[in-house]
Design a protein around this ligand. Structure first.
Ligand SMILES: [Zn+2]
Length: 238
């Protein structure tokens, strides 16, 4: 193969490799982000449970205070019971006592219900906290792994960039600027193989004459349809 063409094939391979590193790094970061979603959801759940528990405690405290008042009232009623004389007064007092007792039993039921609810919420909270701590440990592990793999990707990128730099110094400036011009629009497919007598950039058949030139590869041949630089692979490997 023509030396210039050979250099361009190599250069194009380096450029393709270099442009693949950034998406690889992004991919690693996305993985971590996806994994962190569970932890974020758990933190939200914990906040919600904590505020619900606080709410339940407030309600319970109100019932406690109310219960105290109701018990005082019941004491007053029994004191009054010793004083009242008339049938009407006795009946009124009995009614008041009944209502107060009903209120007390309602408050007690509410307290019981709230205590159960608080127990449930406390258990859920404990579970969420322990899950979060597990999750955070795994995140730390994953973070370390991802950091490691990003470091290795960066090292590979530096290595390829270095090799590319070395190669570029050897390439004829005119050939290099021609390659850069094609690359501006063709991106990573500036230099493409010919397979089954077709350009592997635009997939159009090329004429026998141009195909013969590609096989000879004495000079740089471009695709007549798209303008990409063509070369014949030594061995076709898919
Ligand atoms: Zn083409």
């Amino acid at each position: 193969m023509n030396k210039y063409l050979e250099q361009l094939v190599e250069l194009s391979k380096y450029d393709t490799q270099i442009s693949s590193f950034e998406p690889q790094i992004k991919n690693q970061k996305a993985k971590l982000e996806e994994f962190s979603k569970d932890a974020i959801a758990l933190r939200e759940e914990i906040n919600k449970l904590e505020s619900e528990i606080k709410d339940i405690k407030n309600k319970r405290a109100k019932h406690d205070a109310h219960l105290g008042e109701l018990k005082d009232k019941l004491n007053d009623i029994s004191k009054k019971g010793a004083i009242v004389q008339t049938e009407k007064e006795i009946k009124a007092l009995q009614l008041e006592e009944e209502i107060t007792k009903e209120q007390i039993s309602f408050s007690n039921e509410e307290i019981e219900r709230l205590d159960k609810l608080q127990d449930n919420k406390n258990n859920a909270l404990k579970e969420a906290v322990s899950k979060l701590s597990e999750e955070e440990d795994s995140i730390k592990e994953l973070e370390a792994k991802i950091e490691e793999s990003i470091k290795s990707i960066s090292e590979q990128r530096n290595e390829v960039s270095y090799k590319r730099g070395e190669l570029v110094e050897k390439v004829d400036p005119k050939i290099l600027s021609f390659y850069e011009k094609v690359k501006r629009w063709a991106k990573n497919s500036a230099v493409v193989p010919v397979r089954k007598q077709a350009c592997y950039g635009c997939y159009m058949k090329i004429s026998d004459k141009i195909y013969a030139e590609v096989i000879k590869s004495e000079e740089i041949v471009t695709c007549p349809h798209c303008g990409r630089i063509l070369y014949k692979e030594v061995e076709i490997t898919e």
